[in-house]
Write a protein that binds this ligand. Sequence first.
Ligand code: 13P
Length: 242
Amino acid sequence: MNVFAANWKMHLGPADARDYVTTFLRTYTPQPDRAVWFFPPAVSLQAVADALAGKEGLLAGAQDIHWEPKGAFTGAISGPLAAQAGARAVLVGHSERRHLFGETDAETGRKLDAAVAAGLHPVLCVGETLAQRERGETLAVVTRQLAAAVKSGVDVTIAYEPVWAIGTGRNATPQDAAAVHRAIRRWLEARATPIIRILYGGSVNLKNAAELLAERELDGVLVGGASLDPVAWAQLVQTRIS
Ligand code: 13P
């Protein structure tokens, strides 16, 4: 089963989100070997969740949650609030949260626990910066990020997103990605994680998706910019996987 995850980041309000899903559903033919997960901004979560309700293989998730279930945290949303709006999954530790908003490894760990407590499937994002890659620290960084958040026996999806490949048009080669995915897989196997699913993210688009997905180490993709157009996204989701 391949997962095609769309991270809309700070795009598509509720009305646009509804139109998007209508167009996507008109264009996309469901396929049993793939699931499509949508991560709209919080204000559009309910609109997307409602539009996808009862559709096999399609779900909506939040882009981020606070680690507390409720309280005085102006501007934040919690796992239970996201779940109430229809979320079934949540991104945790996206590199933009880590690098633009200063989120620490310890905080991603608390958020992952909060996701599980709220019944949301966590998608933990890990990945190194360009400077870290050039210093040969990729596996050390990724392992540190995993260790801070993943607990034995907890069902989690990992998204490996090298920071230098996000929004830059510069994607990792399938071989580069596979080497890191293999290391992540070994790390998870040693901790008896129930289902191992590792997505790749960073400048994935219609042109490079087939080549990336041909690499057996990739269990799917997490896509930002190339997921914003519903017709192009439906085409990307139907990429033939060899
Ligand atoms: P781009 O696909 O725009 O590079 O973004 C990747 C990403 O951050 C998905 O979470």
